[in-house]
Design a protein around this ligand. Structure first.
Ligand SMILES: Nc1nc2c(ncn2[C@@H]2O[C@H](COP(=O)(O)OP(=O)(O)O)[C@@H](O)[C@H]2O)c(=O)[nH]1
Ligand SMILES: [Mg+2]
Length: 326
């Protein structure tokens, strides 16, 4: 594809499963171009088929490796898999998974796997919006299971994982990170707890510590008859991967169901999506108005004629007025 293609045409092509169109549409979602919005709106209307899985955990906990083995497992059942990495250090590159172990690099050559790394630079809030737009685009292109890998360090990223149907939180031995995950507020969002690297001798200990912490009430089970299981996994040996995939699929059934728990989860996902999109629009509008109004306020602040709180309040009020006039 060369030359400028209208976003609406990209939707049609992406929906036919054309990968270049799919990638291009994600780039437009990422850049936040208003031109792409009607197309993204159309994407949202068409999406909603895929199972969205969030995988989070501190850096080094084995998320990327785990994602590759989950993807391989789903592929062996014939399911098409999308992977979205909101982790710049993840070994995914140009649609391939780079890795020395397991069948990671094979996945990169499989047309049934689509991999995308999201740019995270400076995109606070906008990152969540763009990531979820990307997930919808991949969904519309026919990928049935979409895995979002987020490095669990920022609030925003923890939230992205939570915007999934099913969230797995990874804790690894050797990092003391059952505790780190707890501090980051990650444990409580888990539908499934994974203790990774179970081939290591010290994994047993992490498993026991995590169980103990959960028993102390550090985590709450998802309301509505779902008690988050704790699963030991080795991506290297493959031990436990099938159990994890089974648990993921089982949880999906719950979320899709007409139970109160299912409805609550779907509502929460929609609320998150709406809030992130509204934040984007609000910031855009504020930025436009503020660009015109800023100077005199900044001048007064700089001369210390007033404090930043008072002036920010006045600037907000002025920009609201400006917006209601335009
Ligand atoms: N022993 C062992 N090491 C693993 C396993 N999975 C990942 N690792 C290692 O843990 C490190 C971090 O893995 P990575 O998947 O990049 O973690 P991420 O930062 O959470 O995405 C790498 O050195 C991996 O080789 C596993 O199942 N067993
Ligand atoms: Mg990673």
């Amino acid at each position: 594809m060369s030359g400028y293609v209208r976003s609406s045409d990209l939707v049609t092509r992406a929906a036919r499963g054309e990968i270049p169109a799919l990638s291009r549409l994600i780039s437009r979602a990422e850049s936040g171009e208003p031109e792409a919005r009607p197309a993204l709106a159309e994407i949202y209307r068409r999406a909603g088929q895929a199972h969205i899985i969030g995988i989070t955990g501190v850096p080094g906990s084995g998320k990327s490796t785990l994602v590759a083995s989950i993807a391989a497992q789903f592929r062996s059942q014939g399911t098409k898999v999308g992977i979205v990495a909101v982790d710049p250090s993840s070994p995914y590159s140009g649609g391939a998974i780079l890795g020395d172990r397991i069948r990671m690099s094979d996945l990169g050559n499989d047309p049934g796997v689509y991999i995308r790394s999201m740019a995270t630079r400076g995109a606070v809030g906008g990152m969540a919006r763009a990531t979820l737009d990307a997930v919808d685009i991949i969904d519309v292109a026919g990928f049935e299971t979409i895995i979002i890998e987020t490095v669990g360090v920022g609030q925003d990223e923890v939230e992205i994982a939570q915007a999934a149907h099913t969230t797995a939180v990874v804790s690894a031995p050797g990092l003391g990170d059952a505790i780190q995950a707890l501090k980051a507020g990650m444990l409580e969002i888990a539908d499934i707890h994974v203790v990774s690297k179970s081939d290591r001798g010290d994994a047993e200990r992490t498993f026991a510590d995590l169980k103990h912490m959960l028993a102390l009430g550090a985590s709450h089970s998802t309301p509505g008859h779902w008690l988050a299981p704790v699963l030991g996994i080795s991506a290297f040996t493959g031990a436990g991967v099938q159990d994890l995939v089974n648990a993921l699929v089982q949880h999906r059934t719950l979320v899709a169901s007409q139970t109160e728990a299912g409805r609550r989860r779907r509502r929460r996902i929609a609320e998150f999506r709406l809030r992130k999109t509204a934040e984007t629009l609000m910031l855009e509008r504020f930025d436009r108005a503020a660009a015109m109004l800023m100077a005199p306020f900044a001048e007064r602040l700089h001369k210390r004629e007033a404090d930043p709180y008072t002036l920010a309040g006045e600037l907000l009020a002025a920009s609201r007025q400006q917006l209601s006039c335009t």
